[in-house]
Design a protein around this ligand. Structure first.
Ligand SMILES: NC(=O)c1ccc[n+]([C@@H]2O[C@H](COP(=O)([O-])OP(=O)(O)OC[C@H]3O[C@@H](n4cnc5c(N)ncnc54)[C@H](O)[C@@H]3O)[C@@H](O)[C@H]2O)c1
Ligand SMILES: O=P(O)(O)OC[C@H](O)CO
Length: 331
């Protein structure tokens, strides 16, 4: 299998390194020629993974056509809200049986579609060719070759197994699953819950509060997932509670850090400026997940509160009061 990783932010670069370490010939696409040159010539990505040595076998190009030429595995590693526009430019160069693997964790703002739905719609690929990779995978830790596991989900289990073979290494262990919806919803909603954890932490609240947010966040994630046709068991796995715990707990998480800045009292603009060009997907997905939940009559109070803090000017303290003053109910 030959892989093209389309997007050289932190996760695209880390996954390209995993594929190389697994022995899969891999080309990385970077928008900027100067970044492609640094990756190919010096084996570093100083913008997104500073201080990390990339495999010598990894090369990068700034022409999407060159990256996609002959690729059997096309890894979509750009942020969720830009995936559709990027794919429209790539689709004519993607081979008729290539596997399309989404790394993005978000829900599209205008359409409320999951990323595999966007990929299938734009490229015309059948569901059996479209897969998602999701799990507790903070890019920097994976790029440092720290042990981690993940899930590759595809309705075609054999195709998922081929992707699993292409990215299995001594430190990176992918499991397969056929529940694409559950894996994607787990990945998108945990970013929103990590924002909530960051807000609480930034406001000076402790571990009881964080554990309560994580647990109730998981409950509302499962409610939405099941309404969309996901399997509840998926949320007990790596793409569910695994990713939720990693993201909500780690200072490496951009979503948690973003929420923390808001909890400290900084404005949305100030929090955005501090990201150094890195994407905190939950800031946009809190609104699309909330709208998706409303369309399916699913109650998601934490997601609603995060949306109101990020986009309606609600203060973090007021959001906490509003959440705790809801009517009581059984667990
Ligand atoms: N970083 C992680 O730890 C991690 C882990 C798992 C999943 N993800 C997911 O992977 C996806 C990609 O995030 P990332 O962390 O690699 O990105 P990043 O935040 O590290 O960097 C953003 C990247 O996207 C590029 N980009 C921004 N706008 C673009 C556009 N319009 N067209 C093309 N490229 C554009 C930037 O040039 C940069 O390469 C996100 O959905 C994220 O949730 C990230
Ligand atoms: O840094 P975040 O918050 O985008 O999270 C990164 C990964 O999704 C963790 O699995």
């Amino acid at each position: 299998m030959r892989a093209a990783v389309m997007g050289s932010g932190s996760w695209g670069t880390a996954m390209a390194a995993v594929l190389c370490d697994a022995g899969t010939p891999t080309v990385l696409w970077a928008r900027r020629p100067e970044l492609a040159a640094r990756i190919t010539d010096d084996h570093v990505n100083p913008d997104y993974l500073p201080g990390i040595d990339l495999p010598a076998s990894l090369s990068a190009v700034s022409s999407a056509r060159d990256a996609l030429d002959g690729a059997d595995l096309v890894v979509c590693a750009v942020p969720s809200q830009s995936l559709r526009a990027n794919l429209a430019g790539w689709r004519d160069q993607i081979g008729p049986d290539a596997t399309l693997l989404s790394l993005a964790k978000g829900v599209e703002s205008d359409t409320l579609k999951r990323m595999t739905e966007v990929i299938a719609e734009v490229t015309g690929a059948g569901d059996d060719r479209v897969a998602v990779l999701s799990g507790p995978n903070l890019a920097r830790e994976v790029a440092q070759r720290q042990p981690a596991a993940t899930v590759i989900a595809c309705t075609d289990e054999q195709r998922a197994q081929r992707v699993q073979d292409a990215c299995s290494t001594a430190y990176f262990r992918p499991y397969t699953n056929i529940d694409v919806i559950g894996c994607e919803i787990g990945g998108a909603v945990k970013n929103v819950i990590a924002l909530a954890c960051g807000m609480a932490s930034g406001a000076g609240l402790g571990e009881n509060t964080l554990a309560s947010i994580i647990t109730r966040g998981l409950a509302e994630t499962i409610r939405l997932g099941e309404a969309l046709g996901a399997r509840a068991e998926t949320f007990a796995g790596l793409a569910g509670v695994g990713d939720l715990v990693a993201t909500c707990s780690s200072p490496l998480s951009r979503n948690r850090s973003f929420g923390s800045r808001l909890g400290e009292g900084r404005s949305l603009v100030e929090a955005q400026e501090a990201t150094n060009g890195q994407v905190a997907e939950g800031v946009k997905s809190c609104s699309s997940v909330r709208a998706l939940a409303a369309a399916h009559d699913v109650e998601m109070p934490l997601t609603d509160a995060v949306h109101r803090v990020c986009h309606d000017g609600l203060g973090v303290r007021d959001a906490i009061v509003a959440l705790l003053s809801r009517s009581t109910k059984p667990e």
